[in-house]
Ligand binder design. Structure first.
Ligand code: FE2
Ligand code: FE2
Length: 287
């Protein structure tokens, strides 16, 4: 199967619905107010409930309960609230599709893990746009879902090979002569209209050195390192059973020394413990 064939079918995969599209647009509009963004979210009552629940979760550690959406937008910022809405969409419409054989609970946990890890590493290296890292981490492997959507048989063949040979999903794709899921992620995200920073960092997460010319090479490296550690600690199911290596190029570019990585790993485990609410995204809130 060729990449073009997969790309031509990406259009059939759910795309962000009009409310989420509008949230993405308003969140990147410098003239929009907190009220504008809150008004868009309110168009979808179930999204509103979920956003408020996540806003009040341990992950954001706010000192008091927030009941008003516009207040949440003011405190957490446009991009964070957009991320929360995107998380709800990604889980409900993309990862958890009916008629899919994916372990959606496990894969979602991997997505959340890498989102949290990427946002954390951005803070560690002092990258100013940490919210974009959350989305990049969240969506880095969305190409696996696209592949399963286009060809469940191919997906299962890759998943089976990773287990038998104890290799990564990326290596198994290579052995089966399939286009890799990182590129498929990139194409899927381009279609969703998210910033290039996000699509590129997903596209290069297994081969950061081949994206050294990219404007976003630092971001690509951050997602790569995050993915490695989330796999290493076995948080969630990524359908990789070995074979993932930490790129020396990425460590070097980010200036990450072994001591910093140990420190990062400790913080990551703490932060992941606060991300529980993201794993329960589908449950109706008890108000
Ligand atoms: Fe991957
Ligand atoms: Fe991954």
């Amino acid at each position: 199967m060729k990449l073009e064939e997969i790309i031509s079918r990406i259009e059939e995969l759910p795309t962000p619905d009009p409310v989420v599209q509008k949230i993405i647009a308003v969140a990147s509009d410098p003239n929009a107010s907190a009220k504008d963004l809150a008004n868009v979210i309110r168009l979808d009552p179930s999204l509103t409930v979920r956003v408020l629940r996540l806003v009040n979760s341990a992950y954001y550690g706010l000192p008091r309960k927030i009941a008003e959406l516009s207040e949440a937008v003011m405190i957490l910022g446009f991009k964070t609230v957009r991320n929360i809405a995107l998380s709800v969409f990604t889980y409900s419409s993309v990862v958890r599709r009916k008629k899919s054989s994916i372990d959606h609970v496990g894969l979602w946990k991997h997505f959340v893990g890498v989102a949290v890890a990427s946002e954390l590493i951005a803070q560690l290296v002092g990258y100013p746009n940490k919210e974009e890292l959350f989305v990049a981490g969240l969506l880095h492997d969305v190409g696996k879902v696209t592949l399963e959507f286009v060809s469940p048989e191919m997906f299962m063949a890759v998943a089976k090979l990773t287990k038998t040979l104890k290799i990564s999903f990326f290596e198994a794709e290579k052995k089966l002569d399939l286009p890799n899921h990182a590129l498929i992620s990139m194409k899927t995200i381009e279609r969703w209209g998210l910033p290039e920073l996000v699509s590129q960092s997903c596209g290069g997460h297994h081969t950061p050195n081949t994206f050294s010319e990219s404007l976003y090479s630092d971001v690509i490296c951050m997602v790569h390192v995050s993915d490695f550690f989330v796999n290493a600690i076995g948080y969630g199911e990524s359908y990789s059973y070995g074979g993932l290596e930490l790129s020396p190029y990425a460590l070097n570019l980010l200036g990450l020394k072994p001591k910093m990585l140990t420190n990062y790993l400790g913080k990551l485990k703490e932060k992941l413990a606060t991300a529980e609410e993201f794993l329960k995204i589908e449950q109706e809130a008890v108000v």
